[in-house]
Design a protein around this ligand. Structure first.
Ligand code: ZN
Length: 299
């Protein structure tokens, strides 16, 4: 299984930032010794793909260091380094490269970052600058292989940016299951939203997810994008749910079993994860990629 990673995923964030930048490096360290993963460096995303999901005006202002202080504050990741642009283009490129693997026939491919679901058409937000889910979905529906995309977003936060960008596109179906009491406080409308209450633990979460996936059985799709945020962990600094690592593993297994049933390849994007200390986040993402790897069957 291919997984895209670049050292700027970590080093493009200032060490003084409150964002746990080490998580990327630590996950890579966990996975690189295993021969079943091919860890590859992405190319920077071609801007033409980004324009399909974002307004040219916003993209161009970001790429020329012309966002306002207020816009930068809403994104976070501060203080910004001189590598913020390259980092953003590499992360977006990692997701596009993983999508390319699926277009070439791989059943699963992933980015060791991405899932930047809060970025809207003309603004960034909540650590997200460009929305790789929406960018990849726009690219997918223009291909001959993937006419319909199903986005499963299980981050603790709603996939509000993805819902906003793809709202009027009927061939992209957005499903978000998130904690009602978490950011964003003004939610957008996905094609299907399920809100769970703060404090929800493994058993109830898995039962709710299972019912949610049942509702998606009839959604036509050629490819599944999985935003697999692990900020649903009880140890997470921001997330208000109470999942354990074994709960996350059950969640991931449900998602891949669902995709298998649909005979869809899966694009795996990481999403949020901010446990304190960071070890549980790293362990949960390692588990995600191990579950994903087991999906390497012939579709
Ligand atoms: Zn999140």
């Amino acid at each position: 299984m291919n997984i895209y990673y670049h050292s700027l995923y970590t080093e493009g964030i200032d060490p003084e930032s409150s964002f746990p930048r080490e998580r990327y490096r630590l996950i890579k360290k966990k996975l690189e010794g295993r021969d079943s993963f091919r860890i590859l460096e992405p190319q920077k995303a071609d801007i033409s793909h980004i324009y399909k999901a974002h307004s040219k005006e916003y993209v161009d202002r970001f790429l020329s260091y012309n966002l306002t202080e207020k816009e930068i504050r809403e994104i976070g990741l501060k203080p910004w380094t001189e590598n913020i642009i390259d980092r953003t283009l590499l992360i977006t490129g990692g997701s596009l490269s993983a999508l390319n693997d699926l277009l070439k026939g791989d059943p699963v491919s992933g980015n060791m970052a991405g899932g930047t679901h809060h970025a809207q058409q003309s603004k960034g937000s909540g650590f997200c600058i460009f929305n790789d889910l929406a960018i990849c979905a726009m690219k997918a529906i223009e291909s001959t292989e993937f006419k319909r995309v199903l986005i499963l977003d299980l981050d603790v936060h709603q996939g509000d940016g993805t819902a906003q960008i793809t709202r009027d596109i009927s061939s992209i179906f957005t499903f978000s299951m998130h904690c009602k009491q978490n950011y964003p406080f003004k939610k957008q409308v996905s094609d299907l939203d399920i809100e769970v209450e703060s404090g929800t633990k493994d058993q109830e979460y898995i039962a709710t997810l299972s019912k949610g996936l049942d509702k998606l059985k009839d959604v036509d799709c050629d490819v599944v994008f999985y935003q697999a945020g692990v900020d649903t962990l009880a140890a997470d600094r921001y997330g208000k749910l109470n999942l354990s690592i074994s709960g996350i593993k059950s969640r991931d297994e449900l998602v891949f079993a669902f995709a298998k049933e649909k005979k869809c390849p899966v694009l795996v994007l990481m999403g949020g994860g901010y446990s304190e200390p960071i070890d549980e986040t790293v362990e949960a993402f390692e588990s995600l990629f191990l579950t994903a790897k087991a999906y390497n069957y012939k579709l």
